[in-house]
Design a protein around this ligand. Structure first.
Ligand SMILES: Cc1cc2nc3c(=O)[nH]c(=O)nc-3n(C[C@H](O)[C@H](O)[C@H](O)COP(=O)(O)OP(=O)(O)OC[C@H]3O[C@@H](n4cnc5c(N)ncnc54)[C@H](O)[C@@H]3O)c2cc1C
Length: 376
C-alpha cells in the first residue's frame, strides 16, 4: 500500500479541527501540509453551538440568532440577566461545517478526507505511521482531536447529558428576546435537571432537557422526560424537525493521559477545551484555534489548549466540587447564586474572563452554607 506523507495529520474533523483549519488558511500558512481525517462521510446538523460573548468581539457571520436576556427559573420564580454588552449567541453546526468545508476546498495545502476512520498509530523514525480504514499516512506531527474515555480525574466530576428537539409549534409562553438557559431547575430521582429553551424564530424552538448526574443518561430515558417537558411548557401541536443528543464530561483532565512530546498535540474536548463547571467549549475552541495558528506561523509549532486562568480554575473546582457533593441542593445553589450576582460579573464569569472584582462578587454570591466547607 502506498504511504502518504503529511506534515500535520489532524485526527478527527469536528469543531476544533475545522476551526484550526480555517485559521491556518486565514493566516496564509503555506509552508506545511495539513490533512484532516474524519470518520463521518457527511456532516449533519448534529449540534447547536451557543455561547455568551462580548458584542464588541463578535466577528462570526455564522450566528443565526442572538438573545439579549438570559433567563433561569426555580419553581416558577424567574431570574433574568441582561446586558447591552453580552448577548447569548447561537450557531447551527451545519452552517459551521459547510462554511469550513468551502474554505478548505479552496486551499492548496489544507485538506479534508471524509469517511476515514483512524484505526492505529505507531512510531516510525521520529515520525508517526497512521492507519485508517482507507490509507496509511506518514505524519511528521499529529494533532489529535478524537474524544477519549477515562481521561478525567475522579473528582470533582459530573456528566452533562441532554436531548433536544428543534420543533415547529404554537407557544406564547416564551419571549423571543430571551434564551431560557435553566428553566424549571429541579431534583428528581437522584438527578439535577432543567429545561433549556431557545426561541429561534416565530413558532420555531429548540427545547432540550439537561441532566447533571454521576452517570450518563441515555437518550431513551431523556426522551420520556423531554416529551413531558414539552407538555408542561405548553408547546401545542408541535412537529419535531431535528434531534440532538449529547453527553459532555464536566471535570478536570488527568494530564498523565497525554503523550509528552513536541510532535503530538491535543485539541478540543480532549485537549481541555470544555469548561469544567459549565460544559461550554465552542468559544474556547475558537480562541485556541486563533492562538495556535498564530503560534505555528511565528514559532513553527501549534499549541495545546492554554492553561486555565488561575481564578477561573479555582472557582470552577470549588463550584463543581460543591455541585457533585450536593446534587440534591443544586437547584437552590444555582438559584441563590444567580439571584445575588450582577449581570456583568455573571457574563464575564461564564465567558471565563472575570476581573478581580467579579471574582469577589462570584464568591460572595455563592450560598455560604455549601461553599464555606469547600473553601476552608
Ligand atoms: C450535542 C452537543 C451540543 C453542544 N453544544 C454546545 C454549546 O451550545 N456550546 C458550547 O460551548 N459547547 C457545546 N458542546 C460542547 C463542544 O463545543 C462540542 O462537543 C464540540 O464539538 C467539541 O469539539 P471537538 O473538536 O473537541 O470534538 P468534535 O466536534 O466532536 O470532533 C471530534 C471528531 O472526531 C471524529 N472522530 C472520532 N474518532 C475518530 C476516528 N477514530 N477517526 C476519525 N475521526 C474520528 C468525530 O467523528 C468528530 O467529528 C456541545 C456538544 C454536543 C455533543
Amino acid at each position: 500500500m502506498k504511504h502518504h506523507e503529511i506534515d500535520y495529520l489532524i485526527l478527527g474533523g469536528g469543531c476544533s479541527a475545522l476551526s484550526f483549519a480555517t485559521e491556518l488558511i486565514k493566516n496564509n500558512i503555506y509552508d506545511h501540509t495539513f490533512l484532516i481525517v474524519e470518520q463521518r462521510k457527511k456532516y449533519e446538523d448534529d449540534r447547536s453551538w451557543c455561547f455568551w460573548q462580548n458584542n464588541n468581539d463578535i466577528e462570526s457571520k455564522l450566528i443565526s440568532k442572538s438573545w439579549k436576556t438570559s433567563s433561569f427559573s426555580l419553581k416558577g420564580n424567574q431570574i433574568t440577566h441582561n446586558s447591552n454588552n453580552y448577548y447569548y449567541h447561537y450557531i447551527r453546526s451545519i452552517d459551521f461545517y459547510l462554511h469550513a468545508k468551502s474554505i478548505i476546498k479552496k486551499s492548496v495545502n489544507v485538506n479534508l478526507a471524509l469517511g476515514e476512520k483512524v484505526l492505529k498509530i505507531s512510531n516510525l523514525n521520529n515520525k508517526y505511521l497512521v492507519y485508517t480504514n482507507k490509507k496509511i499516512y506518514i505524519a511528521n506531527n499529529i494533532l489529535d482531536t478524537r474524544p477519549k474515555k477515562n481521561i478525567y480525574v475522579k473528582s470533582p466530576f459530573l456528566f452533562q447529558s441532554f436531548l433536544g428537539y428543534e420543533i415547529i409549534a404554537n407557544n406564547n409562553r416564551f419571549d423571543s428576546t430571551a434564551a431560557y438557559i435553566m428553566e424549571s431547575m429541579r431534583y428528581e430521582k437522584n438527578n439535577f435537571l432543567f429545561d433549556y429553551i431557545l426561541p429561534i424564530k416565530k413558532n420555531r424552538f429548540l427545547v432540550e432537557v439537561t441532566f447533571f448526574s454521576k452517570s450518563k443518561i441515555t437518550s431513551k430515558k431523556l426522551d420520556k422526560i423531554l416529551l413531558k417537558s414539552l407538555i408542561t411548557n405548553k408547546f401545542k401541536n408541535y412537529k419535531i424537525i431535528r434531534k440532538e443528543y449529547g453527553v459532555i464530561p464536566m471535570g478536570f483532565i488527568n494530564k498523565n493521559t497525554y503523550f509528552k512530546n513536541n510532535k503530538y498535540f491535543y485539541a478540543g474536548s480532549i485537549g481541555g477545551a470544555v469548561r469544567p463547571s459549565s460544559g461550554y467549549a465552542f468559544l474556547r475552541i475558537q480562541e485556541w484555534a486563533k492562538k495556535s495558528a498564530i503560534n505555528l506561523k511565528e514559532n513553527g509549532k501549534p499549541i495545546s489548549h492554554p492553561k486555565e486562568n488561575i481564578i477561573v480554575y479555582f472557582l470552577d473546582r470549588i463550584f463543581l466540587g460543591v455541585l457533585e457533593k450536593n446534587l440534591s441542593s443544586a437547584p437552590l445553589i444555582f438559584f441563590i447564586f444567580l439571584k445575588r450576582i450582577n449581570s456583568k460579573s455573571f457574563f464575564r464569569f461564564m465567558i471565563g474572563v472575570p476581573t478581580l472584582l467579579d471574582y469577589l462578587k462570584v464568591v460572595l454570591s455563592m450560598p455560604k452554607k455549601y461553599f464555606l466547607n469547600k473553601i476552608n
